[in-house]
Design a protein around this ligand. Structure first.
Ligand code: CA
Length: 229
């Protein structure tokens, strides 16, 4: 999952980015003013945007209006400060999905972030299921055909990304952009190894192969839905 954080207070940016990376395992890009935020949002595909209201060059409300005017449907979590003139109702009307008032608990921010991403992907329930694979986004645990599978953090995040897009070919670049921060290019040669380890673990005791490779195009989670009894 990849998050864009638009906030001008350096200390807060560092704390939020660290929490999202370390607790949730997300890739985080940071913009320090509203115009940079709009620019990054327009050039990349994010799973969530965390947007402060008081920003240099273009304020948070302006950023939100610009995104929605450009038909960008990425979920937006607004950070508000005490004494700000903009009302919550106005923000929600302008297309915000949730808000958090400063000062906030970083654990709560991470929890809200995860919930918004699940909703943005059309999955309200924290457990994802594709075929006989089950992934619990709260416990960060995986089962196949009822048996627990032990994955590394990177393998888990690859599988989570694929499970949000079943039966769709996901390119290596898409995976890289969602797994790593800005300098994702340098990880490019390790993704294949992670995917092949993930596939080996998933398919260890099961006949149906889980992840297909399309040379030069990417990967696809290809499990059939189980037949209804
Ligand atoms: Ca600010």
């Amino acid at each position: 999952m990849r998050v864009l954080l638009v906030e001008d207070e350096l200390r807060l940016v560092e704390n939020i980015a660290a929490a999202l990376r370390e607790i949730a395992g997300f890739a985080v890009d940071c913009a320090f003013d509203g115009r940079e935020g709009v620019h990054l949002a327009g050039n990349r595909c994010y799973d969530l945007i965390i947007l402060d209201l008081m920003l240099p060059l273009l304020d948070g409300q302006g950023v939100l209006r610009k995104l929605r005017a450009d038909h960008d449907r990425t979920p937006v979590l607004i950070l508000t400060a005490r004494g700000e003139a903009t009302s919550i109702v106005e923000l929600l009307d302008a297309g915000a999905d949730d808000y958090l008032a400063k000062p906030f608990d970083l654990g709560e921010l991470v929890a809200r972030t995860k919930a918004l991403i699940r909703r943005g992907n059309g999955v309200a329930h924290p457990v994802l299921r594709v075929g006989d694979i089950e992934l619990d986004t709260i416990q960060q645990s995986v089962q196949r055909d009822g048996a627990a599978i032990d994955l590394t953090a990177t393998e888990y995040h690859i599988l989570e990304y694929l499970m949000h897009r079943p039966r769709v070919i996901v390119s290596k670049r898409q995976l890289l952009e969602h797994l790593y921060d800005y300098n994702w290019e340098r990880h490019s040669n390790v993704v294949e190894a992670h995917v092949s380890n993930l596939r080996r673990k998933l398919d260890a005791n099961v006949a149906e192969p889980s992840i297909e490779t399309f040379r030069g195009r990417g990967y696809r989670l290809s499990l059939r839905e189980p037949l209804q009894a």
